[in-house]
Design a binder for this molecule. Structure first.
Ligand SMILES: [Zn+2]
Length: 222
C-alpha cells in the first residue's frame, strides 16, 4: 500500500471516529438546536468525505479543502463544550480526532508531490527505464538520420559528378589526335589521323593542349 492510500484510509478512519463521537455529542441536544448542529456536522462530514475521495486526483486542492472542513468541524465541536459533562469521552475523541486529521491534512499539503517513499521507488525505476529506452530510441533515430544524411550527400556528390562525365562523353568525339613524330593535330575522322600508328598516337582533349605541345592545326580537317 503506498503512502497516498495509507493517507486516504487514515483520513477515512478519523472521519468515522469524528462522525460517531460527534453524533453521540449532539444526541444530548434537543429540538431546533439538535437539528441545527446535526445538519452542520453532517454537511461538514459529507464534504470531508468528498475531499478525501478527491485526494488522489487533486491532492493540493483536496487537502486544502480538508484543512478548512476539519477546522469548521473542530469549531463546531468546541461550541458544544457545555456538553462535556454529558459525554466527556465523545467530546475528547471528537476533538482529538479532528485535530489529528487537521494536522495530517496540513502536513500532507506541505509535502510536495516529488517526495517519494521507498515503496514508490520501484515505480520511479520503471520510469527511468522508460526514459532510458526513449533515449536509446532517440539515439538510434539520430544515427539513422546521420546515415541518411551521408547517403543523401553521397548521392548529391554522384549527381554533381555525373554531368562532368556527360560533358567528357559529349566532347570526346572532338578530341584531337596527333603523331609523336608529326607536327599537326587532327580530328580522329581525318584521313591523316587514320594513318598514325597506335604506337605514335598522342591524344589531346583541347586544341590549346595540343598547341601547347607545339602541334599545329591540320588544315584539311580542322
Ligand atoms: Zn587532318
Amino acid at each position: 500500500m503506498d503512502t497516498l492510500k495509507k493517507h486516504i484510509w487514515t483520513h477515512l478512519f478519523l472521519l468515522v471516529l469524528i462522525a460517531i463521537s460527534g453524533m453521540i455529542l449532539v444526541s444530548s441536544l434537543s429540538g431546533i438546536n439538535y437539528i441545527l448542529r446535526f445538519v452542520i456536522f453532517l454537511a461538514i462530514w459529507y464534504l470531508a468525505l468528498i475531499g478525501i475521495s478527491a485526494i488522489k486526483k487533486h491532492k493540493t486542492r483536496a487537502t486544502a479543502a480538508l484543512t478548512i472542513l476539519y477546522s469548521l468541524s473542530l469549531l463546531n465541536t468546541l461550541l458544544l463544550i457545555n456538553l462535556v459533562g454529558a459525554h466527556p469521552v465523545a467530546f475528547i475523541i471528537s476533538t482529538f480526532a479532528t485535530i489529528t486529521a487537521l494536522i495530517l491534512a496540513i502536513i500532507f499539503k506541505e509535502e510536495k508531490e516529488h517526495t517519494f517513499s521507498p515503496e514508490e521507488l520501484p515505480e520511479i525505476q520503471m520510469d527511468s527505464s522508460v526514459i532510458e529506452s526513449a533515449a536509446q530510441a532517440e539515439k538510434q533515430d539520430r544515427k539513422a538520420r546521420a546515415e541518411q544524411k551521408v547517403k543523401i550527400e553521397a548521392e548529391a556528390n554522384l549527381e554533381e559528378q555525373t554531368p562532368k562525365t556527360k560533358v567528357i562523353k559529349t566532347f570526346s568525339p572532338s578530341r584531337f589526335i596527333a603523331s609523336k613524330k608529326g607536327s599537326t593535330f587532327h580530328s580522329p575522322k581525318c584521313d591523316w589521323a587514320q594513318k598514325i600508328s597506335e604506337r605514335n598516337t598522342v591524344w589531346f582533349n583541347t586544341e590549346s593542349a595540343a598547341k601547347k605541345q607545339s602541334y599545329k592545326k591540320c588544315k584539311a580537317c580542322l
